[in-house]
Design a protein around this ligand. Structure first.
Ligand code: HEM
Length: 477
């Protein structure tokens, strides 16, 4: 590749063309950590085939990239979504509609619609719907319960509660034989579905799981169930937008699988890690229980007691609980932020300035900043840490689901910590399973085999037996 001297320095691969690509595929996101030790920050150029990818490692430069309007996420979203969903150019066409004099591009309109649907009253409804659906599952548990796999039990319960929240009474997943497995079989292999044109033969579970989900979702949209009153605003508004740009109902079903996927893929593993971090530290568990006592109201209904959490108070009343969540998403997140240079541009961290050439790709490995021990040593200033912390990306595409994730994750962990004693099958305190790295294209690491196999015993806590749990979400403070 040709490099202007003002561009970031080139890191030549040991073997031309594919060396870096092989590294990414075989070592997943750990490859970037290894590279960062050999080529310390701030930024370098990695040649892949005949193209250039700039790897931005210095947190200040990452923040500069997030703010730069010439670095776009949209080409990736379009390419990634089409291959992930396995849809034709014809199906994708309406969602690629460019702007006209009278109307924004579909992508810009969808961006606005999604961000609006995940804020204010629609967000509060989503938080309450999700957590009250989950509460039903907890309320149905007896005095003691032992899931074969704590992770898989939590995953299934949260997947179905998310789908109920998004799709309402006619949640299309309900008609599938094992909908949560179909979704996660698909999710686990997304990167391979993207790169492997023969996925149908090599990855039958992922391929067939995706097809079954898309067919169920298409029936939902053909029957116009998205106009039902209990459907989440995000699904209603996004489908309305797709229709207005000319997409037929059956194709809407295929595309909307992506919203179900983004709503579950990171939030559910994050809940598991947060639960594990808290439960593995009995002193922390006790302190968090004390904090949680300040955000509940107890109603006596005859002999039964109803306990409601007020989610809007978590931020102000539960500093330890909230900061443990913040630390959890720092450690469990090894997402790679992506952007494409759509116009020659420069970025700077205040010292040198780097030229970025039109057409090149950008990758920003979260783990390089999130695991930088110099930055995260206690002595380091808050300002530096703030720059080095981007679990939800940044700029225009800063994750719009972060407030929903905050509510659902803390709400789920809150019930389990306050309402239950959760121990290992041997009665001992649970240990955090080995946390690997997420694969390329994933955000949050999933537990490995030991974590998936881990069973647990949930016993209702003394004094909290027979409680009916619920959530009354008031305004976020
Ligand atoms: C702990 C949970 C979550 C994490 C760590 C996370 C992380 C991220 C990240 C890193 C991005 C890319 C941002 C960028 O490149 O600047 C993103 C985008 C996005 N996320 Fe999340 N996310 C989470 C939960 C959710 C949930 C629950 C939803 C939906 C309800 C959601 C919906 C989205 C959407 C729609 C985008 C694309 C935004 C856009 O293009 O403007 N996320 N998320």
């Amino acid at each position: 590749v040709n490099l202007d001297p003002r561009e970031p320095p080139l890191v030549k691969p040991k073997m031309p063309y594919i060396w870096h690509l092989v590294g990414m595929i075989t070592e997943s996101t750990s490859y970037y950590d290894r590279m960062s030790k050999m080529y310390p920050p701030p930024i370098f150029t990695m040649p892949i085939f005949n193209s250039k990818t700039y790897i931005i490692q210095a947190p200040a430069l990452v923040q500069s990239a997030f703010r730069n309007k010439n670095l776009s996420f949209e080409p990736f979203m379009a390419e990634f979504a089409q291959r992930m969903l396995g849809v034709s150019n014809k199906t994708m066409a309406p969602s690629l509609t460019p702007a006209t004099e009278t109307r924004p591009s579909f992508m810009d309109e969808a961006h606005k619609v999604i961000h609006e649907s995940l804020n204010g009253p629609p967000l509060q409804k989503m938080n309450t719907d999700m957590l009250n659906t989950l509460s039903v599952s907890f309320n149905e548990l007896g005095d003691s319960f032992q899931p074969e796999s704590l992770f898989l039990w939590l995953r299934t319960m949260m997947t179905m509660a998310t789908a109920d929240t998004l799709f309402g009474t006619h949640n299309p997943l309900k008609d599938e034989p094992s909908p949560s497995d179909a979704l996660w079989d698909f999710e686990a292999k997304i990167i391979y579905l993207i790169v492997n044109p023969f996925a149908k033969y090599f990855l039958p579970n992922a391929y067939n799981g995706r097809a079954a989900l898309q067919s169920a979702l298409s029936k939902f949209y053909v029957a116009k169930h998205d106009s039902d009153p209990d459907v989440g605003t995000i699904m209603k508004a996004h489908a309305k937008s797709l229709r207005s740009y000319g997409m037929p109902d059956s194709d809407i079903g295929k595309i909307e699988l992506s919203i179900l996927q983004v709503s579950t893929t990171n939030a559910i593993p994050t809940t598991f890690w947060h639960l594990m971090f808290v439960l593995s530290d009995p002193a922390l568990t006790e302190l968090i229980r004390e904090e949680l006592l300040t955000v509940i109201t107890i109603n006596h209904k005859g002999v039964k007691r109803g306990v409601n959490f007020d989610i809007s108070k978590f931020a102000s009343h539960c500093p330890l609980f909230v900061s443990s969540y913040g630390e959890n998403i720092r450690l469990s997140n090894s997402a790679i932020g992506s952007r494409r240079v759509i116009q020659d541009t420069t970025i700077t961290d205040g010292k040198p300035t780097y030229l970025l050439r039109k057409g090149a790709n950008i990758q920003m490995p979260t783990s390089v900043a999130h695991y930088n021990t110099e930055i995260w040593a206690e002595k380091d200033s808050d300002r530096t840490q703030k720059k080095a912390y981007f679990p939800f990306g940044g700029g225009k595409h800063l994750c719009p689901g972060r407030n929903f994730a905050f509510a659902e994750i803390l709400g789920t962990v809150a019930i389990m910590v306050l309402g239950f004693e959760v121990r290992g099958v041997d009665g001992e305190v649970l240990k955090v399973p080995v946390m690997g790295r997420s694969g390329v294209g994933e955000g949050i690491a999933k537990p490995g085999e030991d974590g998936v196999k881990m069973s647990a015993v949930l016993k209702r806590r003394k004094g909290w037996e027979g409680v009916t749990w619920g959530f009354a979400v008031v305004d976020k403070e």
